[in-house]
Design a protein around this ligand. Sequence first.
Ligand SMILES: Cc1cc2nc3c(=O)[nH]c(=O)nc-3n(C[C@H](O)[C@H](O)[C@H](O)COP(=O)(O)OP(=O)(O)OC[C@H]3O[C@@H](n4cnc5c(N)ncnc54)[C@H](O)[C@@H]3O)c2cc1C
Length: 387
Amino acid sequence: MVMTKMKAADVVIVGGGVIGLSIAYVLAREGMAPVLLDRREPGREASWAGAGLIPPIGEARRDVPAHPLAALRAWSARLYPEWTAALLDETGIDPGFRRSGGVDVARTDREAEALHASAGQWRAEGIAFERIPPGDYARVEPALASDLRSVYFLPDRAQVRNPRLLQALIAAVERRGARIEPHRGAEGFVVEGGRIAAVRTADGEIPCGTVIVAAGAWSGGLLEPAGVRTPTPPIKGQIVLLKADRPILRRIVEHGRNYLVPRDDGRILIGATEEDVGFDTRPTAIGARVLLDEAIALCPALGEAEVETTWAGLRPGSFDSRPYLGRATRMENLILATGHRRAGLQLAPATAELVVDVVLNRAPRVDLSPFRPDRTPGSDAADAFRS
Ligand SMILES: Cc1cc2nc3c(=O)[nH]c(=O)nc-3n(C[C@H](O)[C@H](O)[C@H](O)COP(=O)(O)OP(=O)(O)OC[C@H]3O[C@@H](n4cnc5c(N)ncnc54)[C@H](O)[C@@H]3O)c2cc1C
């Protein structure tokens, strides 16, 4: 069968989640006009489903070598205020970046020890925190349960309204002259002489200079037939949204992998499960029960709030704790930006800046070797801020 040849593009971005859109945004700033393909409406998958937690920024300390992910995270968190202000300025859409502050809590002695160890990591990274003495918890968050073992206050914990961030990115990318093509999925690649000559779609082939794959949990499956082995297993996360008729919580509450995120409008997100169940995005009764039990144990007043809705999304995994960022070795014009797991929203600005360094053949501003798609899997799963 002869495929229709479509208009060629210098850069094709496959996937319009927060990662693909952020890359398009920075490429357009650099004067390029990428084409972004999404098989559905952009910004409706994991990036929409996420909670929007942004970690606190530390004072860079030269005496402590940064964990590669910590360096990426710190840079990305530093970019957030200016990115979201610029997006508001350009589009009139406010992504709702806000430093609401957070409390990290422990309910058992074992959890208290783990939290104490995290505090050591925060100190090393120059992140502001305060250990709150028992009896004084109400000073930072009056709604907390009284039987907690340990509470730390992190004044710089922040959040973003991710659905609004995505809307703002879509608007800004289009204003800057990039082309977004919804409902046009990449179905594969035409590979010629060790490079991708074209991206295959149902409507024809798009000849391209560079291809950036940012297709979230679908990236691994899309790349495998082209001989690029970068698995991105889906990690399902469910959220329950509560609505209260009065502000109950002021701070983000984190308890291990679970969290409560109070929005300005009285809504509270309860997140998130972590499930290995394939490409299944159905919210389940057991998921909602686990999250609701947790929320009420941490903050009993939430028992009175209304359950507004529940949803689930698929975080893109990788074969270790880190995303895949950079060129694929066997395909010189293929760049990967995927596998961000629980941290794709927080890491989006730095990821986009780095990928654009790679596209433009500039020296990347963070060492990319720990993120190379062909790396040996790393074992350093511990990072202080995931969501
Ligand atoms: C419940 C939950 C809570 C989370 N909370 C946070 C948080 O607080 N902070 C944080 O930093 N991260 C959080 N995350 C993780 C974060 O949401 C993800 O890491 C991030 O959204 C991944 O972005 P992405 O652009 O890679 O993927 P996605 O947002 O999934 O986007 C991928 C896009 O690619 C498109 N696509 C797929 N296949 C194709 C194809 N063949 N052709 C064209 N397009 C294709 C899809 O339609 C989709 O639009 C959370 C995730 C979940 C599920």
